[in-house]
Ligand binder design. Structure first.
Ligand code: R5P
Length: 309
């Protein structure tokens, strides 16, 4: 049970609606912050309340514009630290730079770790994020607490209702991962829906932001509805290439589920042109257009706060 006297919940510019939902679930009042720009666009961020000896939680995704959102978070953490907060927890539903989590070619940076280092230097005690791109992230948070959370349950709830509405029986559904890195994610969703068959596709990238799918392994997708799960939809290239391959293999229809909807380069319009039946994403990144189903992460975040503060 959250200690309402001790906990202060803040939102910065990216996740206001999500923070309001979390606050409502917990019966907490959101604490206010000042966020503004100087004439040259430098960011200023600080709490409006006394944070001394309080447990401060910030809900903020470092989504596009990634660098601005990141600086906003770092500056706000610095302000909390200087004002003597007892603890600072950054709940970052979508962690920008998460895909730069390994060296592919000699000379590459590991930008996801650099971001973790910056958070540490700013003064964060605990980093919480949802559906990281890969397990590599676990090792990046040195000398601070890190908690990975998962959206599986909220998406499973969504599909229990959505599939009924679309008159699709769970017996006719195959869970699909568009690449082998997503196998755990697909397995978790399969288990949450009662143990559905799984197909995995083979993806490679001939160049950054281009995706090619070569083959499908595992369960047959012929005459099945494919529920494809990924962590991120960015340009939509992965989903489009994978959908094409599934339809070439006689899939009946395709439903898409992704934790983080970035949708660069007009991706949404292109995706709907591929004949996808349903696209569901979480509210980790606010959306301008109301054309996809949004599954809220509020219950996942509220549960974490309730169990830890
Ligand atoms: C990468 O491996 C991720 O899991 C996603 O598949 C990828 O980020 C999606 O990007 P895009 O939509 O640009 O293909």
């Amino acid at each position: 049970m959250t200690n309402k006297e001790q906990v202060l919940l803040f939102s910065l510019t990216s996740c206001e609606e999500l923070t309001n939902k979390v606050a409502k679930e917990l019966g907490l009042k959101r604490s206010s912050a000042t966020l503004r720009r100087f004439a040259d666009n430098e960011i200023f961020a600080r709490p409006d309340v006394d944070v001394k000896n309080k447990d401060c939680l910030i809900i903020h995704s470092t989504c596009n514009p990634v660098n601005d959102r990141l600086m906003e978070l770092l500056i706000f953490i610095d302000a909390l630290k200087r004002a003597k907060a007892k603890s600072i927890t950054a709940i970052i539903p979508y962690y920008g730079y998460v895909r730069q989590d390994r060296i592919i070619d000699i000379g590459d940076p590991i930008s996801a770790k650099l971001v973790a280092n910056c958070l540490k230097v700013a003064g964060v005690d605990h980093v919480v994020s949802i559906d990281y791109h890969s397990e590599n992230m676990a090792s990046f948070f040195e000398d601070m607490k890190a908690t990975p959370l998962f959206s599986t349950e909220v998406f499973a709830d969504y599909y229990q209702k959505r599939l009924k509405k679309l008159k699709i029986s769970l017996n006719d559904v195959v869970i699909v991962s568009p690449d082998k890195g997503g196998l755990d994610r697909a397995t978790n969703l399969s288990n949450a829906l009662g143990g559905l068959p799984i197909a995995i596709m083979n993806k490679f990238r001939p160049e950054p932001n281009k995706a090619m799918i070569t083959n499908i392994r595992g369960a047959s997708v012929a005459n099945k509805y494919c529920l494809m799960i990924d962590d991120i939809i960015d340009t939509g290239g992965t989903i489009m290439a994978a959908s094409k391959e599934l339809l070439n293999n006689d899939a009946n229809g395709i439903l898409i589920c992704a934790s983080h909807g970035i949708f660069s380069k007009n991706a949404l319009a292109k995706l709907y042109r591929c004949g996808i039946l349903d696209i569901a994403i979480s509210d980790s990144i606010p959306q301008e257009e109301d054309v996809v189903s949004i599954v809220s992460l509020a219950p996942v975040i509220a549960k974490f706060i309730d169990e830890n503060f």
